[in-house]
Every structure is written in C-alpha cells, then in structure tokens.
Design a protein around this ligand. Structure first.
Ligand code: ZN
Length: 244
C-alpha cells in the first residue's frame, strides 16, 4: 500500500499549505484519512475527487475535518458534469452526534465506526486506539495484510501507543511540540515522546506530522532520533511512502 502526505500542518494550513490530510491507496482504492483545511485543494494534485473511494476521520477538530464540506460541494458539482459520481462513505466516530450527521450530504454518507471493532474499508483493515486529546479522537492501525501504518492522529503521550504500534512498518506520528515542551497540556506530543513510542514499539520507520508553526522542524527530527535509531522523516506535501 501507499501513503501520500497531502497536508501536514497542525492547527491551520499556513500559507499555501494544508492541515492534516493523507491518502492511503492500494490497487486504485483511495482512502482519505482526515481532510483538514486546504486538504481538498492539495489532494486534487494527486487524486481526482471522483476517484476518492472513502474517507475516515480521527476526530472533529477543524484542522482534520474542515474540507468535508468542500468535498461535498466538489462531488455535487461533479455530479452535474459526469454520471460517474457515486456516494462516498465518510467513516467517523459517533461521539459527537451533530458533527457526525453533518457528514451526510447528497454524495457523502456518514458511517459510524465502532472503535472496539476492526473495520474493513476496501483492501484495508483498521483498528482504533482512543487518544488523549481535548475531544474524542481515535488513532488508527491500518494494514492491507502485507504492511502496517499506525497513525496517531492527535494525542498526548500515553503508554498504550507502544503496544498499539508494535512492529508497524510506519509510525505516522504527530509531533506538534519540541522536546521539553508541555505538549500534554495541549493534547499533543513532543518529538522526544514520538521517539520513545517508536523505539519501544520497534517500528521500522517514523514520519513526523501535524507540525508546529514555530521553531525549526529539522530540530524535531533530531530530537526523535536521539531516542529512536531508525529512519525519521518530516512530513511534506507529496511525500510518498510505500511498501508492497
Ligand atoms: Zn485535534
């Protein structure tokens, strides 16, 4: 399967950027994981709107869901232009009833995932971990049977990440703060805490994402590498990770 980074900023998209938006693909099946502000704009460089097969959301903060409405509009416009527009399921938790029901529109349909159960979407199997965040949020362990990606979504550090991430091929981890900062207070993690998870879970590789709008991002990599000896990369738009 292949992961493409579309948006990697935490909070807001910055100038000409996008916040949390990712696409995981296999055999032309495209699963969009979170779709934050600016996400649909950048996404269309790589995937046509009408080629999106499903969307899954970790939580309802705007930097992860802002472009749901934009996607709904885009599909509606496409439906006037082509007959090939089909309804796109948007998988999300149901702990915010109002937000959940807003996911249903002319060409999108809200589908609740049950965090305790494994979810199958196309070629992917997804397990969930409740994160430590200011609102209900779920990290995901996504596998196609051959390789595994763990996505932390938004979370403060918790030991549960180590078991959940065990032996993953890729840990796509939020690092919204630098080593030594009080990230937990904000419901986020530091670069060092990502390193602790990666090391103890024996993951193969780390991509740092949900990056802060301050400091030098290269410092985040350095701090993660002080703990974890495997490859550590900064998320950037268009970055592709794949494993067959
Ligand atoms: Zn959040």
């Amino acid at each position: 399967m292949e992961l493409k980074i579309i948006g990697y900023w935490g909070g807001d998209p910055g100038v000409d950027g996008a916040s949390s938006t990712y696409v995981i693909s296999k055999n032309d099946f495209h699963l969009v994981v979170d779709i934050g502000s600016g996400g649909l704009c950048k996404l269309q460089k790589y995937v046509n709107v009408t080629d999106i097969d499903a969307v899954i959301l970790s939580h309802y903060h705007a930097d992860h869901v802002a472009d749901v409405g934009v996607l709904q509009q885009a599909l509606l416009v496409q439906s006037f232009l082509t007959e090939s527009v089909t309804t796109v399921p948007i998988y999300a938790h149901k702990e915010n009833d109002v937000a959940f029901h807003q996911l249903t529109d002319d060409f999108t349909e809200s589908v609740a995932y049950v965090p305790e159960n494994t979810l199958k979407i196309g070629p992917f199997f997804i397990r969930f971990l409740r994160t430590k965040h200011s609102v209900p949020c779920f990290g995901m362990r996504i596998t196609d049977g051959n390789s595994t990606i763990v996505y932390t979504a938004d979370s403060a550090y918790q030991d549960e990440w180590i078991k959940f991430s065990k032996d993953a091929d890729l840990l796509l981890a939020e690092s919204n703060f630098y080593k030594g900062q009080d990230a937990a207070k904000a419901g986020h993690m530091t670069s060092e805490e990502v390193g602790i998870i990666a090391k103890n879970a024996d993951v193969k590789e780390v991509i740092l994402t949900h990056l802060p709008h301050f400091g030098e991002h290269a410092q985040l990599v350095k701090e993660t590498k002080e703990v974890f000896t495997g490859p550590v990369t900064l998320a950037k738009e268009g970055l592709t990770w794949s494993k067959l």
